[in-house]
Write a protein that binds this ligand. Structure first.
Ligand SMILES: [Zn+2]
Length: 144
């Protein structure tokens, strides 16, 4: 009896480990990314809603656009497979950079540059966490 319980327990642990290793579904990624967006948005004092859409393919991997010309709402589009491959630190760095673009969209003179987006991002994530992320992005999109 004890032995059988023991083996049942081991089997349950094994199934859990497999479930944990399985790729998270798009809905899980949406929740994960939205949570980071909302946290960093608060830290950057960005009042506009930024909604996350998990997409199968995004040539830029992560990108953000105003939903309407008034720039009252933004849509952050994230490639599912890429998001899945990011650690928490890398995800925070990626989101911080995109929120840098949102910040620029909402602040005169609205000059969108990668440098300024990184500067805004570095207010909430360390520059050290931005570097490995860009290595990953460049490997995937082929830029250097
Ligand atoms: Zn950018």
């Amino acid at each position: 009896m004890l032995t059988r319980l023991g083996s049942t327990f081991r089997l349950a642990v094994c199934v859990c480990a497999l479930a944990g290793a399985a790729p998270a579904r798009a809905a899980d990624q949406q929740t994960r990314v939205q949570h980071v967006v909302d946290d960093l948005k608060t830290q950057l004092s960005i009042a506009q809603p930024v909604n996350v859409a998990i997409v199968e393919i995004n040539p830029k991997l992560f990108s953000v656009v105003p939903v309407e010309h008034t720039r009252a709402t933004f849509l952050l589009s994230v490639e599912e497979d890429f998001a899945q491959g990011l650690s928490e630190d890398e995800l925070r760095a990626a989101v911080a950079h995109e929120l840098g673009h949102v910040w620029i969209f909402t602040h005169f003179p609205y000059l969108q540059t990668e440098e300024l987006a990184n500067e805004i991002a570095s207010r909430v994530v360390s520059r050290d966490s931005l570097a490995p992320l860009y290595d990953k992005v460049w490997k995937k999109v082929g830029a250097d």
